[in-house]
Design a protein around this ligand. Structure first.
Ligand SMILES: Nc1ncnc2c1ncn2[C@@H]1O[C@H](COP(=O)(O)OP(=O)(O)O)[C@@H](O)[C@H]1O
Ligand SMILES: [Mg+2]
Length: 422
């Protein structure tokens, strides 16, 4: 699912339907007109056509989909979830009268299931309820998941900051079930897209050159989707000319990502920290990545001090990455901790095998690291979430760091009904 948002540029339609038979279409069209929607948005082809169409176009606010021709509705809804953008309210109709299916569909994030044949009034009721949700506060998801803004800062180049940023963003999506943005601020040499086997696109470069264009729609178009939970804004800006920015673009990108996603991970090269100190002001958490070397110790001291005076409200997590297992350390962990006057929070051992595999497969390290190797990643994720939730702004943040079910995946993809079955 590497389809970039660019492929689905365009404003969201208020309504689209994919039905299986003429009588359903005939019932839907006038009701659509009553709501001010175009009757031409009632298409044939049912769920299958819905999946095909939505994979190449923007998702509507309200989607009506007929499951009558689907042999395995629950499974097919999964396919729909993959192409449907978050926020769409899905109303399904079908002929299977089975309360278990109904419950499963609702648990998957389907707003309503209309058993065929249904009446015009049932249809109107369902649309009316969907509209109340759309016009209400932006969904439950955002209410129980306040935004988590994190910055990952390498104390030196090559210590694995981008590796950590990509992994953290991936885990926030996959394990914590949050829609997540990865903002790669290494504008010329960023690896955020590369590490996920994506083309970076021109989005970030465009944003910097023309910050006034940045809004919600811009974000939707410019960001490249890595999976259903993770979108990336990264660049390989041309290196024959410097990109000039007074920082407005970055500030605005942060702002828009806060609106559009449940978490943001900024891959923040240290020179960007110096040029644009405001970038960390709104971060709940700063993950400072170091290695156990003399130079990294010196720079860790300086960057930690900088954070203390420039962003005192930001919680800091110190990561020691690439720590060799033998005794061949340039500086011991104890000496490192003494020098930086605080403990190391998470240690990632040097592991060339998973690093190589991660690069070859175009998958984040956290996805490759299983078993024992997953432990530091899980610790990092839970620390980021708990630090962010300690922050007054961030209320109850889900702390689960395990893998999650298909149903959870679907739930985050599709808009949730208000009174949803557990
Ligand atoms: N724990 C680790 N063990 C082995 N190699 C690692 C580890 N962490 C990162 N690397 C490798 O180090 C290289 C530099 O990582 P990167 O994240 O790009 O660093 P930075 O962004 O700090 O410059 C990459 O090739 C990455 O695969
Ligand atoms: Mg980097």
């Amino acid at each position: 699912m590497n389809a970039p948002f660019q492929a689905r540029a365009g404003l969201r339609d208020p309504f689209t339907a994919f039905v299986c038979d003429d009588s359903t279409a005939d019932m839907l069209r006038p009701v659509a007109v009553e709501h001010g929607w175009s009757p031409e948005k009632v298409n044939k082809g049912g769920l299958r056509n819905a999946v095909q169409s939505l994979s190449v176009s923007a998702s509507p606010n309200i989607l009506f989909v007929d499951l009558s021709e689907s042999a395995d509705p629950l499974n097919d809804i999964n396919a729909l979830a993959e192409v449907c953008e978050p926020g769409t309210i899905v109303i399904a109709a079908g002929q299977v009268n089975d309360v278990r299916l109904y419950r499963d569909l609702v648990a998957s994030g389907i707003h309503d299931y209309l058993l065929k044949p249904f009446t015009v009034d049932q249809l109107r009721d369902s649309f009316a309820h969907a509209q109340t949700i759309l016009s209400g506060p932006r969904g439950e998801a955002q209410a129980d998941k306040p935004h988590v803004m994190s910055a990952v800062i390498g104390v030196r180049g090559g210590v694995g900051a981008s590796t950590m940023a990509t992994s953290l963003a991936w885990m926030l999506g996959q394990n914590a079930n949050r829609s997540t943005a990865l903002l790669d601020l290494d504008v010329h040499f960023g690896t955020g897209a590369l590490a996920l086997d994506l083309e970076p696109g021109r989005g970030l470069t465009d944003a910097i050159e023309n910050p006034s264009r940045i809004d919600g729609l811009f974000i939707e178009r410019a960001m490249v989707r890595a999976n259903e939970h993770l979108s990336v804004l990264s660049a390989e800006a041309p290196i024959h000319q410097p990109l000039m920015s007074d920082g407005t673009a970055f500030f605005q990108l942060q702002e828009e990502m806060r609106n559009a996603f449940e978490s943001t991970v900024m891959d923040l090269p240290r020179h960007m920290l110096i040029a644009h100190p405001h970038l960390v002001h709104d971060a709940h958490v700063a993950v400072v990545v170091a290695e156990l070397t003399l130079a990294a110790t010196r720079d860790a001291i300086r960057i930690l001090a900088w954070l203390k005076s420039n962003a005192p409200q930001t919680k800091v997590i110190v990561v020691a990455n690439g720590v060799p297992s033998g005794g061949s350390l340039e500086i011991s962990r104890k000496d490192f901790e003494q020098s930086i006057e605080r403990p190391v929070d998470v240690v990632f051992p040097y592991d060339s095998k998973i690093a190589a595999q991660s690069a070859k497969l175009g998958k984040p390290l956290a996805e490759i690291a299983t078993g024992k190797a997953a432990a530091p990643f899980n610790l990092l994720l839970s620390m980021v979430l708990s630090h962010a939730s300690e922050d007054g702004a961030s209320g109850a943040i889900q702390k689960s760091a395990g893998s999650k079910s298909l149903v959870d995946n679907l739930k985050s993809m599709l808009a949730k009904p208000k009174a949803k079955a557990a």
